[in-house]
Ligand binder design. Sequence first.
Ligand code: MTE
Ligand code: MO
Length: 360
Amino acid sequence: AAAEGPIVKPLPPELFKPLGTNAETRWSALAAVGYHVPIDRFFVRNHTSTPIIDSATWRLEVSGAGLRGGPVSFSLRDLHRLPSVARSVTLECAGNGRSYFTSQQGQTVSGTAWGLGAVGVARWRGVRLSTVLRKAGLSSRAVDVQASGLDPNYVTGGVDLGPVRRPLPVRKALDDVILAYEMNGSPLPADHGAPVRLVVPSWIGSASIKWVGRIEVSDVPLFSPWNTQFYRFFGPDFPADGRPFDRQSIKSAFELDPGAAFTAGKRVRLTGRSWSAAGRIKHVEVSTDGGVRWRRARPVGPSIDNAWQRWELDWKPSVGAHSLQARAYDVRGNSQPEVATFNTLGYLFDAVVKVPVTAA
Ligand code: MTE
Ligand code: MO
């Protein structure tokens, strides 16, 4: 794997906000697109940088004491010959919405200061991880399954933490995880994990390991810094060594950027999307008066499990400053709270976001 830039694809400023080695999608860039987020505006979250991998020589090595035999290796062509599946699945960084802990709740958190643009739904095609594990000789002793990325090792505070990796319990690995080689009908692009990445539905984005080179199948529990040091809740409400989590939360976003300007007295169509890792979105409420009155938004298109629900609502703004809010309810009875649970690393912000807009 040759190292390239942090991100290889173009990042036009009207589509992305760059954040260090990452880029977040501008929500205004989703107003004009359909259910799936096109590759040219899908967010990128890189711990280090995007490697360029030759798919002709790339191999996936599956090994470990959770297999009946020795290591088994697959080429991309081998994977293409196995039965494929395609699913629309949300990929969302655990830190999505982190900046609102500070701007709405006045709390200090560390990590990339994402707005709401570290999320996207794409159509992923690939092979079920279960198919590959069974072909590799999965044994009944298997406990955890851990994919490692071929991107440069993550070095922080002078310590080399090794390749980006995180274990999955074998039960999840066999359930709905995909080894994806296509995104929205195209071969997986470099920045999103070419030639092959994991897509782990309902889990935080960090579990969906990009540029997979190796899968370890273990007969004992595995640990990595990506579930012992990061991606845990730390803070006054949690144990000293933090509380681990794996599932994403529930959120809503308007397809506009904070500070958007409208024409007073003229009807506008507000559009947005809501999503929940716990199940399909049931309905969405919108307030245009700072949370006093709430109206049901009209659903647009499908509400897909592990993906999102698009919605719209018409509004005639008066002159002045306004605060727009959207609140989603899923089929499991979850909804968005007024205040998100504080944790020092700023994960899983799920509260209703107040979006300032003006009309003149
Ligand atoms: N996989 C590898 N190998 N290296 C990474 O830095 N970042 C993870 C995950 N997979 C990462 C990775 C994180 S934190 C997220 S949120 C998603 O990839 C982002 O996927 P995307 O860049 O395709 O949007
Ligand atoms: Mo992430």
